[in-house]
Design a protein around this ligand. Structure first.
Ligand code: SF4
Ligand code: SF4
Length: 350
């Protein structure tokens, strides 16, 4: 489990267990949920729509064997049902503001009953952005509910009437892989619900989503030119496990994740000019775009200049050599900040 998330979750559980620290515990929980949701936001903002329907671990056992959008749907349907039908006894978010129509979901259930290809088929029907907005609305609604709860509410237990209400909502499938949820929820007190559907369940599925997207990136990079438009080498990059590279739709390089338009300036510029990389450009020496901007060091531009003189294969060979000799994450740790000196270091290692 992600260390930060695990620690925050543990701390929250301990704090909500005592009246004196209960309020602080709820604040930690809301903060943890904010961190976790940030991961979903980053995935939704960065990955292509097709990524949300893929099952790179199909056939495996475990949360990672689903799709990205199924995971989102499942986590927030469970939360919506538990928060509203079971705890607050009011209307679920899904049935307000036309969320069912907007998400284009063919089901109102948690999705536990779906298997294999059914999950893919279901995922393909969903509007990913609308599902994301639905998830966000559920999160905000639950956060507001959590903040209104008092310590004494945590011991609240659920009865046969609550069970009937859940059954009558038809939001939990009668399939044996889903129906157990009703007994599971009703067997817990409110503190138990906080500990699973509202926190730990998120962590487990969001970690699985990270596994799925990393695998999609690795798959996307297979057979693709590993030299980035700017001159970096994806095969030698410290982000390679979770970036598909800028020559694929799974590009999550730093500029893509930070730019408001989600695009790398160097990759966009090269594509616009029909160039294989910045080394083909007359403006390279004076260019200040993206990875060549003043706040960046000159090491990446030195690599583009090296490619211009010697080619991409030679750069890969030099980087292999440097990685055998030195321990480093970023190439600037070896090439330094000076363009000429950086180029000279590369040339000395040919
Ligand atoms: S961050 Fe850039 S160099 Fe690194 S893997 Fe992604 S595209 Fe390639
Ligand atoms: S202008 Fe800059 S970013 Fe654009 S292709 Fe030329 S060197 Fe690359």
């Amino acid at each position: 489990m992600n260390k930060d998330w695990a620690e925050k979750n543990k701390r929250m559980q301990s704090l909500i267990g005592k009246e004196v620290s209960y309020r602080e515990g709820i604040d930690v929980l809301v903060d943890l949920r904010k961190d976790l949701f940030g991961q979903i936001t980053s995935i939704v903002n960065t990955y292509p729509t097709e990524a949300f329907y893929q099952m790179p671990f199909a056939g495996d056992e475990g949360y990672h064997s689903k799709t990205l959008v199924y995971s989102m749907w499942h986590v927030f349907r469970i939360e919506d049902i538990a928060a509203h039908t079971l705890i607050a006894q009011d209307s679920q978010v899904l049935f307000t503001d036309s969320w069912l129509e907007k998400t284009k979901s063919p089901i109102i259930t948690t999705g536990n009953e779906l298997k294999g290809a059914e999950i893919t088929h279901f995922s393909e029907q969903l509007n990913v952005k609308a599902v994301y907005e639905y998830c966000r609305t559920v999160m905000n609604s639950t956060n507001a509910m959590l903040q209104k709860l008092e310590y004494r509410d945590l011991k609240r237990k659920y009865t046969d009437t609550d069970r009937e209400r859940l059954i009558n909502s038809c939001c939990v499938s009668r399939d044996e892989d889903a129906y157990w949820l009703i007994d599971y929820w009703c067997g817990k007190d409110l503190r138990g619900l906080i500990r699973m559907p509202f926190s730990r369940h998120w962590i487990m599925h969001i970690e699985a989503m990270c596994r799925i997207k990393n695998k999609l990136c690795q798959n996307a990079r297979k057979g693709v030119d590993p030299i980035a438009y700017c001159g970096l080498s994806c095969n030698h990059c410290f982000l390679k496990d979770w970036c598909g590279g800028c020559r694929t739709a799974y590009n999550t390089c730093s500029y893509v994740t930070c730019s408001p338009d989600g695009k790398c300036p160097n990759a966009s510029c090269c594509k616009g000019k029909g160039m294989d990389g910045c080394w083909e450009c007359q403006e390279l020496n004076n260019c200040q775009k993206g990875f060549y901007s003043t706040e960046n060091v000159n090491a990446i531009k030195a690599m583009a200049l090296f490619i211009r003189k010697y080619g991409k294969k030679e750069l890969a060979a030099v980087l292999n050599k440097l990685h055998q000799q030195f321990e480093f994450r970023k190439i600037q740790e070896i090439l330094g900040e000076d363009l000429e000196k950086g180029l000279a270091i590369l040339e000395q290692n040919t």
